[in-house]
Write a protein that binds this ligand. Structure first.
Ligand code: ADP
Length: 740
């Protein structure tokens, strides 16, 4: 190879190497380029990664803080939950009754000590045990009384309760005598909550209450029976008193005797009204009182009551005064029985609780509306009074101020309660003011219509001008002065006989002297005598609470124009003053001679009545009737006499020994079935209890009369039932005889 060739070859080799180098350089450059790009990308990635890591780190930091807060909160919440649960159970433990919770599978979740205490000695009764197992243990160990129920039956009954909605409570008695009332409720999540209330005390209290109620009812029944008996026992003799008084009033009597007889009669009737009212107390309690308004004289009513009380106040030396407002009408429309009952109670109490001084009944009033008077009646006494602490309940039932103290005084403690109810029923009010040791003032206010005054005082004025009133009591002087002044008299008052003698001596002359009887130093009779000795002819009226002895003393009577019983009715005083200037009325015409009776048999009347006095009253009340009267002493005798005497009419007392009126009437009706006859039977009964009328009429009795017997009612019945074949029972009048 030539050099050239060699040089050419080398050059070619060099050129090839240079191209390769160039190529490699390009490749290197490209590789560098790529590497640079990659490196840049990597570095960007690293920056990004760093940022991510940084934010992740800060987030983690934040989360870490949060987490620890959550942990604290959780811890707190846990503590609170534990405390709440403990508190709840502490509270549940404080309950003296049992408390338990069962889950939906009837397993005991929790129970307080009270619940578990009844199972002491049975440690298996603890949370986790089933309800049925508890029931089973109770039955098997005889922890509860289950009666005759078998185990399965009892468990079924007790479990069955829990299926009901609402679950009925049940009372179980434990072996130790404790009564437990189980009250179960289902909670929202299905748990069963049981409350076991210990009601042993309640049961014992209920039993005691029941027993007390039974005792009270028995006592009440005894009271009713007592009232019924009392009604009879009091009414029977009162019937005699009132009947005899009525008969007495029909005889010829002096004025004084008539006053006494009429007072006995009206007072007896008042007493019967009171008995009825006491019997009616249950009615009043039930607010079923019915008032029977009718015209009545209030002043007369008060006067009658005062007259009834007069003997007892006289014994004590207490003055019983009436101050009836002179400008007030006396006749009103109201229920006189009820008003009398209230007044009798209030005046009676005042008299009962006053040993010295006076009892003043004051009536004032004013016209509330045309024809309507608002009446204020007060009863003031100077008696023992009532302590302030008793005043509030004085109008309650059976309220006697002090048992010990009251033992001295009789009374039911019902009077004021009845009075209050009655007055309230009349639309009025009743009140009391009292100072212990000084006296009491009871009062009531009612509005009553004014009644037409049928027996109004004649308008004729009194022909007297100057009156002298002598009384040691200021109240009396005032009352009399006011009364006399309204009659147009000029009145001078004196406190004693000596003052009166001086006043008369001084002149001018008096037309009338009204003097009290009982005065210290010189009494009314002595004063009259001294006036007469001094040559005074002035009419002297003696006002006396106890006029009997003076009326019997001829010498005293000679000095006096009249002796008036205190308190004096306004009307009586008025008439007396009028009569002092008027001529005496003519003597009453003598009774007519008896009329001959026509020929026919007398009506046969049988009266069955066991009480001798009432027999006598009946005989006397029918004495003017032309009848053939026979008495039977009891129902058996009445039955015999019905057969042997063949009465046209039978009066039948209801309460009789051996056979009572009802039984006798039934027997008579039974005997009549064979003959077809029917004798009228009129019941006479002392019973005021309601329902009697129906019972009596059911026994075959035709008519019904309540005692006290009244002559007019008996006569009416006999006349109405007089048979055709008998003589008329009433004696004919002179006119009828002449006409015949
Ligand atoms: P009683 O039938 O016991 O009198 P009341 O209801 O009428 O029943 O009276 C109840 C009680 O009120 C009396 O027992 C008495 O303690 C007291 N009382 C009533 N009126 C008076 C009075 N005028 N003065 C003092 N105490 C009175």
């Amino acid at each position: 190879m030539t050099l050239a060739e060699k040089l050419a070859k080398e050059r070619r080799a060099r050129l090839a190497a240079e191209r390769l180098l160039e190529h490699k350089q390009r490749e290197l450059f490209a590789a560098n380029e790529k590497l640079a790009l990659h490196a840049r990308a990597l570095s960007n990635q690293i920056v990004e990664q760093r940022q991510v890591v940084r934010s992740a780190l800060s987030e983690a930091e934040a989360l870490k803080g949060q987490n620890s807060r959550f942990l604290t909160d959780l811890d707190r919440a846990h503590t609170a939950a534990v405390m709440a649960e403990r508190r709840l159970w502490d509270s549940v433990e404080t309950i003296r009754d049992g408390f338990a919770v069962f889950d939906t599978s009837l397993k005991l979740v929790a129970a307080n000590h009270a619940y578990l205490a009844v199972f002491a000695g049975h440690p298996e009764i603890a949370p986790g045990i089933g309800y049925e197992a508890i029931l089973r243990l109770c039955w098997e160990k005889k922890l509860v009384e289950v009666g005759d129920a078998g185990l399965e039956e009892w468990i079924a009954t007790m479990l069955g309760r829990w299926d009901q909605d609402p679950i009925p409570p049940v009372v179980v008695r434990f072996f130790n005598g404790q009564y437990v009332k189980l009250i179960d409720r289902r909670a929202r999540d299905g748990d069963m909550v049981t409350l076991a209330l210990n009601i042993t005390e309640t049961i014992a209290r209920e039993a005691a209450l029941r027993e007390a109620q039974e005792r009270a009812e028995a006592a009440n029944r005894a009271k009713s029976a007592f009232l019924a008996n009392m009604s009879h026992e009091i009414r029977t003799p009162m019937n005699g008193v009132v009947g005899m008084a009525e008969l007495l009033c029909d005889t010829t009597l002096t004025e004084e005797q008539r006053l006494y007889a009429e007072t006995i009669k009206t007072s007896g009737e008042a007493l019967l009204v009171i008995i009825n009212d006491v019997l009616d107390y249950s009615k009043i309690e039930a607010e079923k009182i019915v008032l029977h308004p009718e015209p009545f004289d209030l002043e007369r009513c008060i006067h009658d009551i005062v007259m009834l009380m007069q003997p007892s106040v006289q014994e004590k030396g207490v003055d019983l005064l009436i101050d009836f407002d002179i400008f007030l009408p006396t006749r009103f429309v109201g229920d006189p029985g009820r008003i009398r009952q209230v007044l009798t109670n209030l005046i009676g109490n005042a008299v009962k609780f006053t040993d010295h001084g006076q009892v003043l009944v004051r009536v004032v009033g004013f016209e509330a509306d045309p024809g309507l008077q608002e009446l204020h009646v007060s009863i003031e006494d100077t008696g023992i009074g009532i302590a302030a602490e008793h005043l509030d309940h004085i109008f309650g039932e059976f309220n006697q101020v002090d048992d010990q103290w009251d033992r001295k005084f009789e009374g039911t403690g019902l009077g004021l309660a009845i009075s209050r109810r009655l007055i309230e029923h009349m639309g009025g009010t009743i009140w009391v003011d009292s100072v212990a040791g000084q006296g009491s003032c009871f009062g009531f206010e009612v509005v009553l219509p004014v009644a037409e005054d049928v027996g109004a005082d004649p308008a004729a004025p009194i022909a007297l001008h100057r009156a002298l009133v002598v009384d040691d009591q200021l109240t009396n002087r005032r009352i009399l002065q006011r009364q006399l002044e309204t009659y147009g008299l000029e009145v001078i008052t004196c406190r004693s006989g000596a003052e009166a003698l001086a006043a008369v001596a001084e002149g001018p002359a008096f037309d009338v002297v009204l003097t009290d009887h009982n005065m210290p130093d010189m009494d009314g009779v002595q004063l009259a005598h001294r006036l007469r000795q001094a040559g005074q002819t002035v009419p002297i009226l003696l006002l006396s609470s106890h006029p009997g002895p003076v009326r019997e003393d001829a010498a005293a009577r000679a000095d006096l124009a009249a002796i008036l019983q205190k308190p004096v009715l306004r009307r009586d005083l008025f008439h007396r003053l009028q009569s002092l200037s008027a001529p005496m009325p003519p003597a009453p015409v003598a009774a007519l001679p008896p009329v001959p009776v026509p020929e026919r048999r007398a009506m046969r009347v049988l009266a069955a009545e066991d009480n001798r006095t009432n027999q006598l009253v009946f005989r006397k009340m029918t004495k003017d009737l032309d009848i053939d009267l026979v008495f039977a002493g009891n129902g058996l005798e009445a039955l015999d006499l019905h057969a042997s005497f063949a009465p046209d009419l039978i009066f039948m007392d209801i309460s009789m020994p051996e056979m009572d009126g009802r039984a006798a009437a039934r027997a008579i009706r039974a005997a009549e079935v064979a003959t077809g006859a029917h004798v009228p039977i009129v019941a006479l009964t002392a019973h005021a209890m309601e329902g009697d009328a129906e019972g009596i009429l059911a026994a075959g009795i035709d008519y019904y009369l309540t005692k006290p017997l009244r002559r007019s009612a008996i006569t009416e019945q006999i006349v109405a039932l007089c048979p055709q074949g008998a003589r008329p029972v009433l004696p004919r009048t002179e006119a009828e005889t002449e006409a015949a």
